[in-house]
Design a protein around this ligand. Structure first.
Ligand code: ADP
Ligand code: ADP
Length: 225
C-alpha cells in the first residue's frame, strides 16, 4: 500500500522578475517500508519537494497525501537535515528525547526510549555530553535517532551525510542501512551522490531539470543484496 502519494506537485516562488518554478509536475508514490532516494543536480527541486512532504512549505499545485497507519498518535513525519538540527544547550539524551516530550510521553519512558536508541548507535556513554563535546558524525547520529525515536509514519532526509568527511559518511551509511533493516521505516532520502543512492535505496529517482524546462524523471529499481 502506498504510504506517500504525491501527484503533479508543483512549486513556484514569486520573484521580482515574475516567478520561478522550483518543481514542475512531479509525481511519486512511495510504498510502506520503502527506502526511496532522490538524486539530481543542485537546483532541480529536491529540497523543495522534501519541505513540501514535511509540510514546511505550501504546495502551489498538486497534492501530497501521507497515509497514516492504524496506530494512532504517530507523527506523520520527522526530518533530518544536512546541518545538525540539535539543540546545543541540551544533552545528547535530552536531544533524542525531545520529540517524545512534545508528544506527552512520560519523563521516565522518554529517557528509556532515548537510551535504547543511543545504545543502538553506540552512543550510550555520550548520553550526558553536550553537542559541542562530540564529533560531527556523532551529532548526525543524534539527529537521525532523534527523528526515529518519534516513530514517524515517514522519515525524510535531506543530504543527512552531506557535511561529513568521506570516512565518517561510509560508517553512517552502514549504520543507516542497519537501522533501516531493523525498522523498515518508509524513507525519502535526498542526496547529491548517486553512489550513496544506489547503496541505500530500494528505488532511485533521478531528477533532471533545466531552468524553465520540464522535469525529466528516471526511476531505477534496485535489488537489495
Ligand atoms: P535542490 O534541493 O535540488 O538543490 P531546491 O529545491 O533547493 O533544489 O531549489 C529548486 C529551485 O528553487 C532553485 O532554483 C532554487 O533557487 C529555488 N528556490 C528554492 N527555495 C526558494 C525560495 N524560498 N525562494 C525562491 N526560490 C527558491
Ligand atoms: P540545498 O542545500 O538543499 O541546496 P539551498 O541552498 O537550495 O539548499 O536552500 C537553502 C535555503 O535557502 C532554503 O530554505 C531555500 O528555501 C532558500 N533558497 C534557496 N534558493 C533560494 C532563492 N533563489 N531565493 C530565496 N531563497 C532561496
Amino acid at each position: 500500500a502506498p504510504k506517500i502519494v504525491a501527484r503533479n506537485v508543483t512549486k513556484t516562488y514569486p520573484t521580482l522578475a515574475g516567478s520561478i518554478t522550483a518543481l514542475d509536475d512531479f509525481s511519486l508514490d512511495v510504498a510502506e517500508g520503502e527506502f526511496v532516494c532522490i538524486v539530481g543536480p543542485s537546483g532541480c527541486g529536491k529540497s523543495t519537494f522534501l519541505r513540501m512532504l514535511a509540510g514546511l512549505e505550501d504546495i502551489s499545485f498538486g497534492t501530497i497525501d501521507i497515509r497514516p497507519g492504524a496506530e494512532p498518535g504517530k507523527p506523520l513525519n520527522s526530518v533530518v537535515f544536512q546541518e545538525y538540527a540539535i539543540f546545543p544547550w541540551k544533552t545528547v539524551i535530552d536531544n533524542v528525547a525531545f520529540g517524545l516530550q512534545m508528544r506527552g510521553v512520560s519523563a521516565c519512558e522518554r529517557r528509556e526510549t532515548a537510551r535504547a536508541w543511543l545504545d543502538r548507535v553506540g552512543l550510550a556513554k555520550f548520553a550526558d555530553y553536550y553537542p559541542h563535546q562530540i564529533s560531527g558524525g556523532m551529532k548526525q547520529r543524534v539527529s537521525i535517532i532523534r527523528a526515529l525515536a518519534n516513530d514517524p509514519e515517514v522519515l525524510l532526509m535531506d543530504e543527512p551525510l552531506g557535511a561529513l568527511d568521506a570516512q565518517t559518511r561510509v560508517v553512517l551509511q552502514d549504520e543507516l542501512l542497519r537501522i533501516w533493516e531493523e525498522t523498515r521505516k518508509t524513507v525519502v532520502y535526498i542526496t547529491h551522490s548517486l553512489d550513496e543512492a544506489v547503496l541505500l535505496g530500494d528505488r532511485v529517482i533521478l531528477m533532471s531539470a533545466q531552468p524553465g524546462r520540464r522535469l525529466a524523471i528516471f526511476e531505477i529499481d534496485l535489488p537489495r543484496p
